[in-house]
Design a protein around this ligand. Structure first.
Ligand code: PNS
Length: 162
C-alpha cells in the first residue's frame, strides 16, 4: 500500500493546496494531509479549525485523510506507515526551502522519498499569507480559496473585530 503525507501549516487551505491534494491523491493508495501543530509562526486558525476545514474540503475524496502532528515529520510518517512526502512547488523561490526540507527528511530517514508536484500556473502566486493579507484588508479572495475557506475567514475576521 502506497501511503503519502502532504504536510503543511494550511493556515488556511487555499485553492493551491486543494489542487495538490486532488492530484497527489491520484498517485497513491492513501493520502494523509498532515497539519502542523505548534508552528513557530503565529497561526490565524487553531489546529482544530485547520483540520476541520480540510476535512470538509476533502470529504468526498475516498483515499484522503486529515490529521495533525507535532514533532518531526518523519516520525509522523512512521506512525502512519507512510513512505512518501508530497509538497507543492510554486516557483524557483521555493526551491531552496523545499530542497532543505527534503534533504533533512531524507537524512533523518532514508526510506522516505519526497515528491514535489508543480503548482498549476493559476495558483503559482498563491500562499496562505497572501490570502490572509488580502482578506484582512477586505479584498476579494473568492478566486484564491475554496468557498468553505472564504466563509471561515470571514467569520474569523468578524469574530476578531467584535
Ligand atoms: O506549509 P509549511 O509551513 O511550508 O510546511 C512546513 C512543514 C510542516 C513541512 C515543516 O515545517 C515540517 O515538516 N515541520 C515539522 C518538523 C520537522 O520535521 N522538521 C524537520 C524537517 S524541515
Amino acid at each position: 500500500m502506497r501511503i503519502a503525507v502532504y504536510p503543511g501549516s494550511f493556515d488556511p487551505a487555499t485553492n493551491g493546496h486543494l489542487d495538490i491534494i486532488k492530484r497527489s491523491a491520484k498517485l497513491v493508495d492513501k493520502l494523509i494531509v498532515g497539519v502542523l501543530k505548534n508552528n513557530s509562526k503565529q497561526p490565524l486558525f487553531s489546529t482544530d479549525e485547520r483540520v476541520e476545514l480540510l476535512k470538509r474540503l476533502t470529504k468526498d475524496m475516498e483515499n484522503v485523510e486529515v490529521d495533525s502532528f507535532s514533532g518531526l515529520l518523519v516520525d509522523f510518517l512512521k506512525e502512519k506507515h507512510a513512505t512518501i512526502i508530497v509538497r507543492g512547488f510554486r516557483a524557483v523561490s521555493d526551491f531552496e526551502y523545499e530542497l532543505q526540507i527534503a534533504q533533512t527528511n531524507y537524512s533523518l530517514d532514508n526510506n522516505i522519498e519526497t515528491i514535489c508536484l508543480i503548482t498549476r500556473v493559476e495558483y503559482s502566486f498563491l500562499s496562505a499569507s497572501i490570502v490572509k493579507e488580502v482578506a484582512m484588508y477586505g479584498g476579494d479572495i473568492s478566486k484564491m480559496v475554496p468557498l468553505e475557506t472564504a466563509e471561515y475567514m470571514n467569520k474569523k475576521f468578524k469574530d476578531n473585530k467584535s
